[in-house]
Design a protein around this ligand. Structure first.
Ligand SMILES: [Mg+2]
Length: 354
């Protein structure tokens, strides 16, 4: 099946549960994302119930819910789905009820494992049935060594998520996946993992509310949108976080969004489905794009900044396009890639949308 934009009627009216990513979608550091508080509440009023799905396993749902509420979005702890809860659910299928588990992570992980009925231990000498690794900033070599001793002695190795890096205020730092690799280096045993982009956390979240038509909303291709594809759900990409419009044009098939928006106001507009209007020319709304001679070409974008025009070859530098122009460019580029002629990244310009 071609992984492409699907189009949608107004998402706030078309889906019943939104699985929102947090950082880059709801907030950025200490500030709410522009338009997010109003959009999430207005969407909920129209029947799109929110859940917040995070790979963060160290924080308690109560703390995260309080933070979201502080941004002006009323939020209950039951609306938070963490990778710690996700991995605890997975472990209930793997272990006997009440089995001993060695957590290597933050308080949120310990709470989730206790709530799932496991007995928490602190040492490999306690013969745990599983070691569960989640990120916490105060983890050190002794913690990782304890995990390795337990896994070496036969405990199941489980990870809340495999994010290799986490962006912080001062730069990019090692994430849980990097700490998990340290243990794998010692044991040679690959872990069972949860967290986006693995599909279990999205399925578990949808099950929590009995969703019949959930939609995932995120800012990262390699977690949120890849996870949506893996879970078989539509994924809405917003540009309020780490991903650029250009990144979406270059997205590999398994990370492509189903819907594109600048921000969460995209929940309240129709999303036209791009159509191949002629061989190799893809139209979306009034915009038409194609890949020609190995470069992106905006054949027409009458509502965009360029206005009606002869085909504009987009290469290098920056280009201003309409939202529909961006959609058409994405699908034209994806179609070329699927036909075995992917665009070279260096010919794709930075895109300013809107
Ligand atoms: Mg994010």
């Amino acid at each position: 099946m071609t992984e492409t934009l699907t189009g949608s009627a107004v998402p706030a009216d078309s889906y019943d549960v939104a699985l929102y990513d947090l950082d880059g979608v709801v907030y950025l550091g200490d500030e709410p994302v522009t338009h997010a508080p109003a959009a999430i509440q207005a969407a909920a009023a129209r029947g799109l119930r929110p859940l917040y799905v995070t790979n963060n396993s160290s924080r308690e749902p109560e703390d995260i819910a309080a933070q979201i509420t502080g941004f002006g979005i009323p939020c209950e702890p039951q609306e938070i789905v963490t990778s710690a809860q996700s991995v605890a659910l997975l472990l209930q299928d793997e272990l006997e009820p009440g089995a001993r588990v060695l957590p290597v992570g933050g308080q949120g992980l310990r709470t989730a494992l206790s709530a799932a009925g496991f007995e928490l231990v602190t040492s490999a000498a306690d013969a745990p049935a599983a070691v569960v690794q989640g990120f916490a900033p105060d983890l050190g070599w002794r913690d990782l060594a304890e995990a390795a001793y337990a896994v070496g002695a036969g405990a199941r190795h489980v990870a809340t998520n495999l994010d290799g890096s986490i962006p912080k205020e001062r730069g990019v730092a090692p994430g849980n996946g990097a700490l998990v690799r340290a243990v794998v280096e010692a044991t040679g045993i690959e872990p069972l993992a949860s967290g986006k982009p693995l599909p279990a956390i999205y399925h578990q979240a949808a099950d929590r509310l009995g969703a019949s038509s959930p939609i995932a909303v995120g800012d990262r291709l390699d977690t949120d949108l890849e996870g949506a594809r893996a879970a078989g759900m539509p994924g809405l990409l917003v540009l309020t976080g780490v991903t650029t419009a250009r990144d979406a044009v270059l997205a590999p098939a398994h990370q492509r969004p189903s819907l594109l928006a600048l921000d969460l106001r995209g929940l309240f507009v129709q999303h036209p489905a791009p159509l191949e209007v002629e061989d190799g020319r893809w139209g979306c709304g009034a915009a038409v794009a194609r890949v020609h001679d190995g470069a992106l070409e905006l054949v027409d974008d009458p509502t965009g900044p360029l206005g009606p025009s002869d085909p504009q070859r987009l290469s290098g530098g920056r280009a201003r396009v309409s939202l529909d122009g961006w959609r058409a460019l994405c699908v034209a580029a994806w179609d070329a890639a699927d036909r075995g002629a992917p665009l070279a990244p260096e010919v794709v310009p930075a895109l300013v949308v809107g």
